[in-house]
Write a protein that binds this ligand. Structure first.
Ligand code: ADP
Length: 274
């Protein structure tokens, strides 16, 4: 059972507004192609620090690509992505922006954590090691501190008793909760969620979404979530972006998007999924 009132670790250096006071994430005229397939067409949007934004829309509309660009798992073909006022995809060289080096991208990316559809835990490491490896090696915190934080995070996701298990012995839902703890252990400013429940058996979905609701309720981490769970999007989001064919067709607070969509495309999409 999940401990309702578990102590929640502070969200780290999160949520403080970017130095310049601008948006935390900014996509500026971003173009992304795969061959002839133009997946993002001069996409512009901002996300403010502490904002929780859900990306909805039909399959293939470019939502996951947006998260992958932010994780620098893909690179842009045009435009610039800014994080905290720093170009992620580019580096400043004098007045100009040039494509970013691996090292630069790694530095900016350090503020960003991602949870994938397929958990992606290291199967040969215990839950504890899964959560502590990156903080010890990349953040340089002590093993003791990393351990203590892992315990707190596992408490939060309701898996304190699984700390010495191997992921293969856990259910998909439990693995995904460990993956959430692992992402948070890096104290990211931004949490990216890529259809985190779509690989789960239906009875395991609620437990994972409850954990994310708790993260939303108790931290001010900035969340960008690609989801087919419309109730979850409604519950946790400040703003919903409706995508089609690599563009935002409509955006607004969840009440507006779900109750009074303005665009026909949004209405037909919601009609099909709700
Ligand atoms: P969504 O998340 O909205 O379902 P995606 O961002 O996953 O959409 O995909 C958008 C489009 O980009 C799709 O047409 C998909 O086939 C294509 N795509 C995504 N990743 C790749 C890739 N690595 N290589 C080629 N095409 C890709």
């Amino acid at each position: 059972p999940r401990a309702e009132a578990a102590p929640v670790p502070a969200p780290g250096p999160a949520a403080s507004a970017p130095a310049g006071g601008g948006p935390l994430i900014r996509f500026e005229n971003v173009i992304k192609r795969f061959g002839d397939n133009v997946v993002l067409r001069e996409l512009d949007f901002n996300v403010e620090a502490g904002e929780r934004v859900s990306l909805i829309g039909p399959s293939g509309s470019g939502k996951t690509t947006i998260l992958r660009l932010l994780m620098t798992l893909e690179s842009v073909d045009g435009g610039v992505i800014w994080v905290n006022g720093d170009p992620l995809s580019h580096m400043r060289r004098g007045e100009r922006l040039v494509p970013a080096s691996e090292r630069h991208q790694r530095q900016v990316r350090r503020k960003i954590g991602m949870v994938f559809q397929q958990f992606n835990l290291f199967p040969n490491m215990s839950v504890r090691r899964n959560i502590t490896e990156a903080p010890v090696h990349s953040l340089g915190i002590s093993r003791e501190e990393a351990d203590q934080r892992a315990e707190e995070l596992l408490e939060m996701v309701g898996l304190a008793d699984k700390i010495d298990e191997h992921p293969t012995r856990l259910s998909g839902g439990q693995q995904q909760r460990v993956a959430i703890a692992r992402a948070l252990a890096m104290q990211p400013q931004i949490l990216l969620l890529d259809e985190v429940t779509s690989a789960l058996d239906p009875e395991l979905v609620a437990g994972v979404l409850d954990v994310l609701r708790e993260v939303a309720r108790t931290t001010d981490i900035t969340m960008l979530s690609v989801t087919h769970e419309m109730q979850f999007a409604r519950d946790v989001s400040h703003r919903v972006l409706m995508f089609d064919e690599g563009q935002i067709v409509e955006e607004g607070p969840p009440e507006q998007i779900f109750n009074e969509p303005r665009e026909e495309r949004t209405r037909t999409f919601l009609h099909a999924v709700l």
